[in-house]
Design a protein around this ligand. Sequence first.
Ligand code: 3H9
Length: 653
Amino acid sequence: MSSPVSYRLEGNIGVIAVNNPPVNALSQPVRQGILDAITRAQGDESAAVLIICEGRTFIAGADITEFGKPFKSPWLPELLAAIEASSKLVVAAIHGTALGGGFETALAAHYRCAVPAAKIGLPEVKLGLLPGAGGTQRTPRLAGVRASLDLITGGVPISAPQGEKLGLIDKIVEGDLQAAALAWISELLANETAIRRSSEQAVPEFDPAIFDEYRSQLLKRARGQVAPGYIVDCIEAAASGSFDEGMAVEREAFTACMESPQSAGMRHIFFAERQAAKVEGLAKDTPKRSVQSVGVIGGGTMGGGIAMCFANAGITVTMIEISDEALQRGLAIVDGNYAGSVKRGKLSEEKARSCRGLISGSTDYAALADVDMVVEAVFEDPGLKKKIFKQLDAICKPGAILATNTSYQDVDVIAAATNRPADVIGTHFFSPAHIMKLLEVVRGEKTADDVLATVMSLAKTIRKVPVVSGVCYGFIGNRMLRPYGKTAQLLLLEGASPQQIDTAMEAWGMAMGPLRVFDLAGLDVGYKARQALSDEKKGDPKTYRVADLLVELGRMGQKSGAGFYAYDDNRKPTPDTAVDKLIETVADDLGVARRKITDEEIVDRLISALVDEGRKILDEGIAQRSSDIDVVYVYGYGFPVSRGGPMFYADQN
Ligand code: 3H9
């Protein structure tokens, strides 16, 4: 098998070129190939060495598929030591993304150049890891302690020009990267520029209090995760001891992270997310329809957020509402959201203005005659949805994709209201739609392959993580939420308080406990849905009586100032003895004996409720694979990524 690394002389410069598609990950053959090439360069007529990559990117990291398997030499830190020790000047030339072990490789070179569009970063923390090949030791020596803490505990890549400001990139080059890098190396040689090894640099001055400042910040920001704390320890070691001592600290911390169940969960989600984008049985070359313009029906919280998702990706949006007043209200929600994004530093004012400029409104469905896709986002009224789709069928151009943002309704029934069910699909966004990453893509019985392929690819364009679901009540996520919610209600009657349940689940890692979630979503939503059902269909009253009585007392959740909790003007919850009394009365009425319930039992029963329903969803073929369910829960329901999703967690425990 030929090596993914080649070595050749370009004049007096030895060029090490890596070619390991798709992202030039540092697999064993790549590590061996670079080591062989750098060794060879020490003895040939080259005066300097260039490390460059073919394809779409510089090395994007260690090969994650090798993690957890028996180790194969050479070890990355050894390879990087060999690069840094080179007696000939070594330059790394970066395009695409130099991430993790890839950026660590660049840090081991003596100088770094990059094209302006390149990105650099150490995102290991997102896999429950830390840079394990000197990244925690070399970065602070070049960029200082604070910038390194930000870069490595945050894991968010930065642009090459930002890297240049921090001292991580030495030169931004324009035009053809290899030609520019070779020209720059010739210049460095002509100027007799000395070799500069990152490991030999002194860490710039810093305030020693910074480490404790970060530790307390991370307790909140990265609740329960182990890697961020270790990263602070490693950078502190870099700042206080020799390079070799720091490397020993880094090695131990990296091993601890790698062996932790957290990293296993996070690595599972990394691959699960990418796997979810693939649809079984859908050919890779399935043609896609062009989507340049979208209509959004409904200017509520959901419709406004959905409109922003498209506009932020450069797609024009026409928002439809029933009256001028409702339309103005909807557009005002959009304005408010953009203002919020600018305030939080998520969007520049200029970008927000240009995105907002892509959204217009109308009260006339005729405005949708030429759009490429429509997303219906009105409230959950099946009759209304069918009426709207009938209207769309009459107005929209042939080939337009007709999507419904329903959270529960039967997409096939909605599709049957049209004469073109093959063009109909479900796109279930999560609130707030412009922020939440999950998109459940509901494939109807008659949805055409090219419609599905288009929506899956469009999801990526609008920066969502798509997961395909079949048609059933609530699809994957909300269907699993029902037994979860019912179990929470049973736990209340059996003796747990709302705050005990929520605190136990939040301590375990859920972003929000179940009762606080229901208060946030509004208790009236489930109440209304139950009112439409027969007693038999409603099921065991123990699973809903408390919630129903709260609604009948006017306690709809956060929006009415009270639900399972009482809320102040800032929507801060406090436990309410009136709720405790109500629960006791209902338990008494329904003959439920109350007892002390442990936090372990709460977590165990609630997670089991999710997993049991998840298994049914798999058996019925509603989800394509178990890891898709994990992606839904991590990206849509605040399930802790470090536990890898409910199905992965159940398999491991
Ligand atoms: C590390 O470096 C540890 C070291 O510090 C210490 C070691 C001692 N390995 O995302 P995409 C696959 S930890 C193996 O769809 P994009 C991916 O699964 C690593 N495979 O493309 C997918 O496969 P498939 C630190 C990888 O253009 C295909 O490549 N580095 C790796 O949207 C395309 O991926 C990171 O955490 C990998 N490292 O985004 C960076 N990376 O086609 C992780 C990707 O079969 N990677 N694949 O589904 C990324 O963030 C993105 O992939 C990247 C490209 C931005 C590079």
